[in-house]
Design a protein around this ligand. Sequence first.
Ligand code: ZN
Length: 230
Amino acid sequence: MQQVALLRCPHCTSELEGLSEDVLFFCTECGRAWTLEEELVRTPITILGVPASGTLLLPFWLARASVGVSQRITRRRSISAAISASRHFTAHEERGLQETGGHQGTESFIIPAFACTRALSIAVALKRNPPPLRRAQLDSYPPVVGGSVSPADAIALAHAVAVGAEVEEKDFLASVDVELEPKDVSVLAIVCPAGKLGFQIDDTGVPVTYESMEDAADILAHNGMEGFLT
Ligand SMILES: [Zn+2]
């Protein structure tokens, strides 16, 4: 198992556990979370779900952001019909384009903080089907390791999720401008039951296969669950 150079919790001085690439650290003594930047920065954390045997906590970033959609240009369905030139066309109309449905609002995104080749599709699935905000009742804190994705990378992924949501609308999108301004970023540690091929994110049915995770073996080992990888 890979270990980082010794980091101590700035609050209680307990040793912080993590994998070699981790930027997110959780103190199992005092329950505080820290993001490694120039130094350890306190980061709010919420633990969701019902811990049980055969489960562990996987780290996610919860990003709230202001999302602005503009310059949303769609094609008309009938674009394949012969285009008859009009004397009074605008550039958009000439190409069968029109601008529709710009909007602005605050949205939440849940992005895997563990390295995963399917991070985008997991984030899209969690946008559609977020886990219930059911705080875990804990007598002690289990480890939260494998958080190697930086908050900046999580924001970039949230932007991709927001663009994807526009592309999925049932019209003929030609181009769109999506701006995303992060408001706050915190950690969600979500209880995930381990199965034969991977985890399920509790109460969402969203799967995370071991194969798609860079650190599945180390994360399982750190939680004393090596047996799940055969
Ligand atoms: Zn601590």
